[in-house]
Design a binder for this molecule. Sequence first.
Ligand code: ADP
Ligand code: MG
Length: 596
Amino acid sequence: MPKTKTNDPGAHHASSGALIRRFLPYLANYKMVLCLDLFCAALTTLCDIVLPKIMSIITNSAMGVGITLTAGIVLKLAALYFVLRIIDGAASYYMSSIGHIMGVHIETDMRRDAFDHLLQLDHTYYNNTKVGTIMGRITNDLFDVTEFAHHCPEEFFIAGIKIVASFVILCRASIPLTLAVFACVPLMGVVSVYLNGRLRARFRQQRVQIGELNSTIEDSLLGQGVVKAFAAEDEEREKFAKGNRAFEQIKTLGYYAMGAFNTSTRLFDGLMYLVVILAGGLSLVYGKITAGDMVAYMLYVTTLIATIRRIVEFAEQFQRGMTGIERFAEIMDTPVAIKDAPDAVPLQPGPGEIRFEKVCFEYPDDHNKVLHDVSLDIRAGERLALVGASGGGKTTLCNLIPRFYEVTSGRILIDGQDIRRVTLKSLRQDIGIVQQDVYLFSGTVAQNIAYGKPGATRQEIEAAARLAGAEKFILALKDGYDTYVGERGVKLSGGQKQRIAIARVFLKNPPILILDEATSALDNESEILVGQSLEKLAHGRTTLTIAHRLTTIKDYDRILVLGEEGIVEEGTHAQLLEKQGVYYRLWNQLPAEDGE
Ligand code: ADP
Ligand code: MG
């Protein structure tokens, strides 16, 4: 569970083995491509293995050892090498195109799964996680998976073949010399593993920090209106500079780690060549090895060192890929708290009766009781208003009906069906919500209205807009229904956005309606227009209205007053006024009574 919104959640450190196990199922989908890729990898090693042998034959025969060199033999050797190079070319082409494409497929699959998982996470997750960090995780962090997916199996495979082959061939030339050269390898292994670990830690820090930086940028850009209103550019610049510098520092540390790592490999290269010069030279002096073998030996050691160098270079890529997989796994491991029960069935359509039975609720990350033992029957088609002080739990109560949050105890029934026993999709299709803040997606007006009903026809969209009282202003826009609304609808007024939101719900046509301060943010004129649209929308539906201005709900069937102790008063406007209690004081705008 994520803790605070300032930290990148779930930065736990998984072992490499565990991460590779997370990755293997994705690789397994491309078994055939991978096998062919590995086969090509094996082919490309052939040239590297054969070339030293050819050079050795030529050198030895020139020095009078082994076969006598003729022009015919040279031509044959050249032809052999030529054929091998052609094969090598074809194999290399396959590896670097198809192999990478396989990596892209895997990256795409992982991104799809991560996004899919994100769609299932509930409000609690999004309340606690910065969007900037999530964005980084499913975009940039997965970039390196392509290289990783393709190179990881291939490089290890090639290296394995080359190391084993060169060991065998070198042993045939001289066992003591080979043992001396290979003695350097374990030492190098230990040092590399240590330095590699440090490198990975640095990469992880970089990812976390770039996520933080993204969030800072996102915050500043989304808040440009406020930034400008307060002329707070200097503060924003400073906030950004801090994040930017932190990222610079972490990158700097990363390059120190990389420097140490690369230097260590060069030192080991040198060590191996030193062994060859010393032990090989002495073997030559004492006649233990032929000149041809020595040439072949040098070439094999060069191949070996090049191979080790590649693994080492690849180690960096490997660590980048692992960091990406790790951050992917952290998303995938975030539990889906609100989901369909295994035996969930679609909600049976009904008239729209809602029943709260002893419902208690506290926010999962807060443990402060917001609703206590709320029991409530809402008849089908009833118009119910929720009023009370801000923070009294009105929104919370409404959010429990579509299961945006799960009741802590008790249950909620819609038309006699426990909402936890029905599928989320069918439940949420049954409920229409209009809130104070309207979210419009980037796209046209028509596309935004159509969000209420996938596949809606143009006629349906226009009919919904008409019902919502939105037609007049929509037709007055530059391109009518095809007007692009701008990011989050910045090009529309509050009242216009609100009527688009209402049109969406008309299109959805649910039996249950929740209106959460839908007109609170509007000016008087818009409030009247939107109020009329809502009036029409509510007709014939079970409606829960959270009202800010009491005049708008005085004709409602029933009014509930929510206080700290739950429902404190209930009745019609007239009944509640007569009671001269909390509602009476709210209506007359009197201060709350002390000690109650
Ligand atoms: P109302 O809609 O009546 O103004 P809310 O239902 O929004 O009240 O809030 C009720 C209480 O729950 C408040 O004390 C508020 O601070 C708290 N609260 C609201 N949303 C959350 C949340 N996502 N996490 C934790 N506490 C919350
Ligand atoms: Mg509220």
